[in-house]
Design a protein around this ligand. Structure first.
Ligand code: DQA
Length: 146
């Protein structure tokens, strides 16, 4: 099973950025944890991060032609307003899991909206770095329903 993990704007700053919301774990450490859990679950992880919206859309377009079984996405602030990324995600035919480190519903009102909500299989938020691991488990279950 192959899983693509997409990280958007400002998420390369995890570990340094606002530790009260996002903890002190870096994105590289999260990627390592995903690869370790992926190995246990039989899922190969491909990770991608960008701060450029067009680059994210083009990575999603490329994924359409690749053989991923599921996609995890933490798009950061783009989640709340990027119809471009929403439309790119809508092209994909595999399950997409949206995730966030913080509980976006307990924060500012603009974070309560996800423009991806209707094109994703489900959303996970509020568990810090564990949100990624929970999302990976959700993706594996979505691909191999029990
Ligand atoms: C975030 C939540 C977003 O609202 C915010 O803009 C981020 C990170 C999270 O992981 O909690 O950059 O996606």
């Amino acid at each position: 099973m192959k899983i693509l993990v997409l990280n958007g704007i400002n998420l390369n700053m995890f570990g340094k950025r606002d530790p009260a919301q996002y903890g002190t774990t870096t994105l590289a450490e999260i990627d390592d944890r995903l690869r370790t859990l992926g190995a246990e679950l039989g899922a190969e992880i491909t990770a991608f991060q960008t701060n450029f919206e067009g680059a994210m859309c083009e990575r999603i377009h490329a994924a359409f032609a690749e053989d991923f079984d599921a996609v995890l996405i933490n798009a950061g602030a783009w989640t709340h307003y990027s119809y471009g990324i929403r439309d790119a995600l809508a092209i994909l035919t595999v399950p997409i899991i949206e995730l966030h480190m913080s509980n976006v519903h307990a924060r500012e009102p603009f974070r309560h909206v996800s423009v991806f909500a209707d094109v994703v299989k489900g959303q996970i938020c509020g568990f810090g770095a564990d949100s990624y691991l929970l999302a990976l488990r959700a993706a594996v279950s979505a691909v191999q329903p029990k």
